[in-house]
Design a binder for this molecule. Structure first.
Ligand code: GAP
Length: 453
């Protein structure tokens, strides 16, 4: 088998995502809408499992973090104070010939003049600021007073609710507020499948601390986040930590790391971990006139907390999980001839379906009845798929292709027809090794729960 090039690999991944129901183009029957995607039946499970893992690790397993869920639309004053209205912009150039809007840093000079990279025309506008926020109006009248924006990050809802959450949770510094939710950016060049989208989800933690703890916590959170990726199946060897240079960092940040993953289309950012100082809370305190200070009961001092922010993209992580999981190997078909097998080697923790239950034959009532009993036994504990149609080898392949880590087959031995000692046992097949072991039905729940934990 010849090795796939990165481009071929990416093409196969995109096609598998559509074919098996992970990701579809948004509004596809109308020709789609650039930079927007819908998650199908398997994609939504994968995404949900990822978000649940993040929430468990970042909120439930800690004493120092609580969650919240803010609204997507907020008072326009939030975006003025945060700086997004004035500074969340990319300089853009329009091509007057082909009408393309281009990012200024992607337009290069040829023979002393700037040239459109799409059509080659030199008839270009001067660079202009283009705000990445989607503007909308709240209420019946569309005037200046009703303007607001779809949020371009979830973080600001956390900053503006800082005081309320602090009061109800009665946490002491350092402590964090976590949130998962949609964000919207009118990206000029959406590309690389879901990597750069116009609507996406973020998983953000704002971890508030004393000023002197900021730099140490920046290191701590970078390391925690690297561990997280390892625990969902993204190996450390495919992750890179970029220290964002001074000149590229936001002016208020004292340190930022980008955690990057080796996608087939190149090394790209999965998550940013930034020490944002007290910039955001100070801005909102100034603009709202409401105190966002923390009162330290020991020292009797009041101050604005600093914050360290690990901010991860749900969609980018889902894409990294799929890219990491995609593999092709050789396996024997029904007749023993070797064929190419497509396998998504997801970590069982994130796999959309945890286990398939398959009666060996669909026209043997006792096999079907037993298989359905097993489905009822396991269903309260995990997402199960029941499949009785087609040859057993084909059914295994279908599950391999969507990354189901385990398959249970109910055969004649389960019914005790050949050997009474094997009554109420089944075969449990492992997706990656394709090895099968004989297991008592009574032990299945515990065994599977241990393997998918
Ligand atoms: N609150 C900080 C913040 O929003 P960011 O680096 O702009 O920082 C954080 O975004 C993460 O959100 C990125 O690391 C990425 O995973 C995800 N993200 C940002 N823009 C995105 C886009 N257009 N499409 C998909 N994910 C995006």
């Amino acid at each position: 088998m010849t090795a796939l090039s990165d481009a071929q690999r990416m093409e196969k991944i995109v096609s598998l995502c559509k074919r098996r129901g992970f990701i579809f183009q948004s509004s596809e029957i109308y020709g789609g809408l650039n930079g927007l995607w819908d998650y199908g039946p398997l994609g939504v499970e994968l995404k949900r499992n990822l978000k649940n893992c993040w929430w468990r690790v970042m909120v439930h397993e800690r004493n120092d973090v609580v969650g919240m869920d803010g609204s997507i639309l907020m008072n326009r004053a939030v975006w003025k104070a945060s700086g997004h209205e004035d500074t969340f912009v990319d300089p853009m150039i329009d091509c007057r010939s082909c009408k393309s809007r281009l990012r200024a840093d992607q337009v290069f000079e040829k023979k002393g003049a700037k040239q459109c990279p799409i059509c080659g025309s030199k008839d270009l506008t001067e660079p202009r600021a283009f705000n990445l926020m989607f503007k909308t109006h709240v209420g019946a009248t569309e005037d200046e007073a009703s303007i607001t924006y779809l949020r371009p990050e979830t973080a600001q809802a956390i900053f503006v609710q800082f005081k309320n959450v602090l009061e109800v949770s009665r946490k002491k510094l350092p402590f964090g507020i976590a949130q998962i939710g949609k964000a919207f950016r009118n990206e000029i060049n959406p590309r690389n499948f879901t990597f750069r989208s116009r609507e996406f989800e973020q998983m953000e933690l704002e971890y508030f601390c004393r000023p002197e703890q900021g730099m140490e916590l920046l290191e701590y959170w970078k390391d925690e986040r690297l561990k997280f990726y390892g625990n969902i199946g993204i190996p450390r060897s495919k992750l890179h930590v970029l220290t964002v240079p001074d000149e590229e960092r936001a002016f208020y940040s004292k340190g930022t790391y980008d955690i990057e993953y080796e996608f087939p289309f190149g090394r790209q950012e999965l998550e940013g971990v930034a020490y944002r100082t007290d910039y955001d809370l100070s801005q909102h305190q100034k603009a709202s006139g409401k105190s966002l200070e923390y009162f330290d009961e020991e020292t009797k001092q009041k101050f604005i907390p600093h914050v360290v922010e690990p901010s991860a993209g749900v969609d980018r992580t889902v894409l990294a999980l799929i890219c990491e999981a995609y593999s092709e190997d050789q396996a024997p078909d029904e007749k023993g001839n070797m064929e190419t097998r497509i396998v998504l080697r997801f970590h069982p923790r994130v796999a959309p379906i945890k286990c398939a239950v398959l009666p060996l034959l669909k026209n043997k009532e006792p096999l079907v009845a037993k298989a359905k009993e097993i489905v009822d036994l396991l269903r309260p504990h995990m997402y199960i798929f029941y499949d009785e149609s087609g040859a057993i080898g084909r059914r295994y392949r279908r599950q391999d292709e969507i990354g189901t880590p385990f398959a249970i087959t109910v055969d004649f031995e389960t019914l005790g027809e050949k050997d009474p000692a094997l009554r109420d046992t089944v075969t449990l097949r492992d997706r990656d090794s394709m090895k099968q072991e004989r297991i008592r039905i009574s032990e299945l729940t515990h065994l599977l729960l241990t393997r998918i934990a």
